[in-house]
Design a binder for this molecule. Structure first.
Ligand SMILES: NC(=O)c1ccc[n+]([C@@H]2O[C@H](COP(=O)([O-])OP(=O)(O)OC[C@H]3O[C@@H](n4cnc5c(N)ncnc54)[C@H](O)[C@@H]3O)[C@@H](O)[C@H]2O)c1
Length: 310
């Protein structure tokens, strides 16, 4: 089977594509930035083409040429988008709809897309309970509202056109090479790993990190599944404050210089208590223990910097 991956040369895409190839699938990857470095040695299995998801013709052409049995859209403007709402709408709303519409016209049997934990908004909307997929979307940022609209639009295509479209709401994805979206929980690991000091505003600010390899595995299973039971799934992750993450890092790097301006920040936290049982149970997922992932990221960075591993 051929899988068409849109926006596949970024942070999550190459890890997902590696998993698809390992399972015997052929991949066509379309991206505005068609870097092929991540796919060296897989020239037979992975075809990388340049295309823009905001241009319907590019998406339609990729679908017609790839004839995909599965299609996933990862192309997005990460982070707020408030500083350039026009671009955010073009990429996040029009780009996503171009994918759904091209899939509808061609008859792609299954489509998957990335939503986000951001749709849930602040944890204060849920008190001390876990948010589920059935809760209302409280997110107010440009990014969150775009993701909520994507979920609405997917539902329209499902109801009105009988399509099979599934979204995953990743939490705060972490990994050594993450540079877009939420990065405080990443820099709390990567900068001390490289021997650099780091400072954050709030010690008690909560995050819900999930390692990029774990979310890639979740995407692979949902994408290759024939008929998921639901149209949207929370990824969940490990709820942890930046202060506790700093302590975890110091456990591996006792000299790590991680400082905070303020002890508080809990009430400023986005949704960090998330029920992910729907995804974990149906797809029999198990994430690696978070401390081992933190150590892995530290060592990825130290290897790149020629420093001794921990
Ligand atoms: N990384 C996270 O923490 C996180 C958390 C929640 C949700 N998500 C979602 O997961 C998806 C993938 O995230 P990521 O971290 O891999 O992002 P990324 O920014 O690393 O990758 C996105 C890719 O899309 C490509 N792209 C951008 N504009 C394009 C266009 N017009 N046409 C074609 N390609 C274009 C980029 O070149 C890039 O390769 C996104 O939808 C994101 O919102 C990510």
């Amino acid at each position: 089977m051929t899988v068409l991956v849109l926006g596949g040369t970024g942070f999550i895409g190459p890890r997902l594509i590696r998993r698809l190839v390992e399972r015997g699938e052929k991949v066509v990857c379309m991206d505005l930035n068609p870097s092929t470095a991540a796919f060296a040695g897989w020239e037979e299995e992975v075809q990388v083409i340049r295309g823009d998801v905001t241009q319907f013709e590019d998406v339609m052409r990729a679908v017609i040429e790839a004839k995909p049995g599965r299609m996933i859209n990862l192309a997005y403007r990460l982070g707020g988008g408030e500083e350039n709402p026009h671009h955010a709408i073009r990429l996040n709303i029009l780009g996503m709809d171009n994918c759904f519409e091209a899939a509808r016209l061609y008859g792609v049997p299954r489509v998957v897309y990335a939503s986000s934990i951001a749709v849930s908004g602040q944890q204060s909307n849920f008190g001390s309970r876990m948010a589920t997929e059935d809760d209302p979307a409280y997110g107010t940022s440009q990014y969150a509202v775009c993701k909520a609209f994507n979920e609405f639009q997917a539902q329209q295509y499902i109801q009105n056109h009988g399509m099979s479209i599934t979204g995953i709401r990743p939490a705060n994805v972490t990994g050594p090479d993450k540079v877009r979206g939420s990065t405080d929980h990443v820099q709390c690991i990567t900068l001390p790993a490289a021997g650099e000091p780091v400072r954050f505003p709030y010690k008690s600010m909560m995050r819900l990190p999930i390692h990029v390899e774990d979310i890639s595995e979740a995407f692979a299973r949902v994408l290759l599944s024939d008929s998921p039971h639901h149209s949207i799934y929370n990824s969940g992750g490990t709820p942890i404050s930046l202060g506790d993450l700093a302590d975890m890092v110091r456990g591996f790097l006792p000299g790590a210089q991680i400082e905070f301006d303020d002890e508080g920040g809990l009430e400023r936290s986005g949704n960090y208590l998330v029920d992910n049982s729907r995804l974990m149970d149906e797809f029999e997922l198990e994430y690696a223990p978070f401390p081992s992932r933190v150590r892995e990221i530290i060592n990825d960075i130290r290897r790149d910097n020629g420093l001794p591993l921990v």
